[in-house]
Design a protein around this ligand. Sequence first.
Ligand SMILES: NC(=O)c1ccc[n+]([C@@H]2O[C@H](COP(=O)([O-])OP(=O)(O)OC[C@H]3O[C@@H](n4cnc5c(N)ncnc54)[C@H](O)[C@@H]3O)[C@@H](O)[C@H]2O)c1
Ligand SMILES: [Zn+2]
Length: 364
Amino acid sequence: MKPPRALSSQVATVEPRVITIRAGNATYEAHVGGGLLTRVGEYAAKIFHARRCAIISDQNVMPRFGPRVMLSLKEFAPTLITVPAGERSKSLEQIGRLCEKMEMVDLGSTSFIVALGGGVVGDLVGFAAAIYHRGIPYIQVPTTLLAQVDSAIGGKTGVNTRDGKNLLGAIHQPALVVADIDTLQTLPERELNQGFAEIIKHAIIADPSLFESLSQPDLAALIARNIEIKAGIVARDERDATGERAILNFGHTVGHAIERVAGYGTLLHGEAISLGIVAACEVSIQRAGFSAEERATVVRFLEKFGLPTKLPPSVSRDAILRAMYSDKKFEHGEVRFVVTPRLGSAYLTSDVTLEDIRRAIANL
Ligand SMILES: NC(=O)c1ccc[n+]([C@@H]2O[C@H](COP(=O)([O-])OP(=O)(O)OC[C@H]3O[C@@H](n4cnc5c(N)ncnc54)[C@H](O)[C@@H]3O)[C@@H](O)[C@H]2O)c1
Ligand SMILES: [Zn+2]
């Protein structure tokens, strides 16, 4: 199925949807709708007074959307800072450079920063905001589907190190999220589709009615519902303390290993997660009473968005297993894995064996 590109202009005149998110001590709003880039300043003015700001974005996104956001925020005297596009920008070196630039323009401790872009910019800017002058507020303006339904929500920020993804980071909730669905019009189709992997994950772990929404897509409603789902889970377990937030990792244990083995950039995150979701469904059939029919439903929806459900022959199954063993989740031989007993529900368990996972990967 073609993604619902044409719909955004239809809803552009509709009032945006607003979701209130509570996490730890923070409460903030997420606004979802068309034409919202020009309203970032209006929303910011309701929460910030007499502050200055910097808008941080990447080379692909800044030229497209930077000027509109800058104009909207003009009362905050915005400075624009551009970083290279891509996962490699999520580094400690980049954080250092960003903070130096912010210092050079005298942003200081009473400022805020704006993350304009996909999950890479969101994670990077969120982390810079967490540590600059011991923490300043930031706004998420996500411009990829993945960022709008997932990474901009919940306050996980961070960078990669040589040893792996997201190994340095902080929980720092944004002060505001503005998801303008019109920005998705310029997103390459593969990038758009990978966002649907996280949406399908949300459907599996929390709300099977999302599958129906995927058939009659009102994009703003779909994104808003996904934000509600993620926010609800984060609200109950902001810091991964009870295992509740861990259910958001459904499909990610195997998916991350596949992402690493294929080589970052070969498979997009959502594509690797699609494969991880299929493997997790298989393990759930073995260990949690999930049915083969439900698995078939999941596979059908993944394929509808052009997502892979069969491992490419070039990716070695042994290498995936090795990558999983070296993952910090497998320390001391204890396996902690998220399973689904039925669509709409998931839990973290240590009943799964490495043999179960090996078999699921062998069938992939
Ligand atoms: N913090 C979290 O909770 C969380 C959750 C999931 C993923 N993530 C992180 O998110 C990152 C992936 O995010 P992503 O998939 O958004 O990748 P990304 O930020 O790299 O964006 C993908 C590409 O699309 C371009 N782009 C962005 N918006 C565009 C637009 N509107 N039009 C045209 N091009 C556009 C970008 O420049 C980039 O080249 C990973 O680093 C992952 O670890 C974080
Ligand atoms: Zn993910």
